[in-house]
Design a protein around this ligand. Sequence first.
Ligand SMILES: Cc1cc2nc3c(=O)[nH]c(=O)nc-3n(C[C@H](O)[C@H](O)[C@H](O)COP(=O)(O)OP(=O)(O)OC[C@H]3O[C@@H](n4cnc5c(N)ncnc54)[C@H](O)[C@@H]3O)c2cc1C
Length: 454
Amino acid sequence: MMTNLNVVRAEKRRYMAGTKCAVVIGASIAGLLTARALSEKFEQVIVLEHDSLPTTPVSRKKVPQSRQLHVLLAKGAQVLDELFPGFTDDLVAAGAVRSDPQVDTTYCLDGHPLASAPSGITTLGISRPYVEYEIRRRASELPNVEIRDNVEVTGIVLGDDHSTITGVNLLNGSVSADLVVDAGGRYSQALKWLNELGVPMPSCSQVDPGVVYVTRHYQRERHHLDGRNGMLVVPYPECPRGAGIVPVEGNRWAVVLFGLFDVDPGTTDSSMSKFAESLPTPAVAKLIRDAEPVDDAVRMRYPSSRWWHLERQRRHLHGLLVVGDALCSFNPTYGQGISVAAMEAMTLRDLITGDAERLPAKFYQAAAKIINIAWSLSAGGDMRFSQIKGKRTTSGKVINSYLNRYRLAAGTDPILGKAFLETANMLAPAAKLLTPAKIARTLRGSRRATRIAE
Ligand SMILES: Cc1cc2nc3c(=O)[nH]c(=O)nc-3n(C[C@H](O)[C@H](O)[C@H](O)COP(=O)(O)OP(=O)(O)OC[C@H]3O[C@@H](n4cnc5c(N)ncnc54)[C@H](O)[C@@H]3O)c2cc1C
């Protein structure tokens, strides 16, 4: 016989799993991965996108960052494989390049390369449009997911109980939903719409590193970069300029040059060469001099890292969640956005089996833990630069000064190098760099490196 509690639980399960419809705003990476997660519980998932969705892997007008180089962190690739089995194999079949970042890629940290040794980590070189295209292709094959493009969401609908969102308004008409998920990206209007309904704006953390991105693609040849699969030049206080070189499908290199504090690499051959020559390694300048460009360079100024702290709000309207860049957007030079969006989708997939009433609070708490891992690395790392405004805690200063020594020691100690890459790829929390064994290695290694430099 069913107890009362069991009846309530069964009823809630029916609420989540019955003839229920979810609407997702935005058919980019966060929106499509959310749709994949929701498809396990909702009978119908409708994704609404105001852009025209291409049928080939090309960049999109309403996602201007899709023209810029994107890296897919190892954690993101793992989660994509969980959500869509065989995902990364399909990317490799389409021309993506698998690499061990500690062997095949040159990581230039604070002006010197990371010690090379097999790390067991696998990263994938693939273009951002291809990742989105493959996610879209797979999501659109799910029987209960419908993607509608050229549909603009203009607002959210508050139910008669004044505490539940019951759908969305469109330019023409509306769609009812039991759950609305906003994946409208950095310029999403969801928080403004909520505010118009009387919900206070959440507090917000913001860091502006003044990043200017310039990406261009080149024909890839085996001899480039001395046969390696890529390069990352990380900016540091003495050189607030960086670069990334990633192999992508079509036997191309995606090359990004980026400056902090509004230093602009420019988009001409000569400005890009001059910028590349100012980096601490000559390899980037050599590549863009030797390789054949296959398109024009494109520039983008990234506004700021921004985290809306919905996890701190006491009350939430039922039936609405905010995910992806709409919730938190990271300094792109750390390559975290796709991976965080994928991890949020996994979390949502696990939570929707539970109590619908408490879904927003539970989701934002869980998402905050994921975001915090990425934020402490990127926004925390940005605090090394004295030009960046923001409160510096004593513990933050101590950690950043330790990490300066860590990076120095990682130039000769492959074990430190591997732990650094695991953290940077979100496979391990930053705390892994602070274990007693790592601290001892760091102190030894950095002393040795300083002696050699003297
Ligand atoms: C320059 C740059 C470089 C980056 N590099 C990396 C990287 O290397 N690695 C990485 O992991 N991440 C990177 N990112 C972040 C990454 O692009 C995002 O995290 C990722 O795209 C997920 O974003 P999203 O899906 O939340 O939002 P978006 O990709 O911005 O998509 C939002 C979608 O919502 C749609 N939309 C918005 N409003 C409405 C509406 N009212 N109605 C209907 N549709 C709507 C938009 O058209 C769009 O399709 C970078 C970002 C920038 C800016």
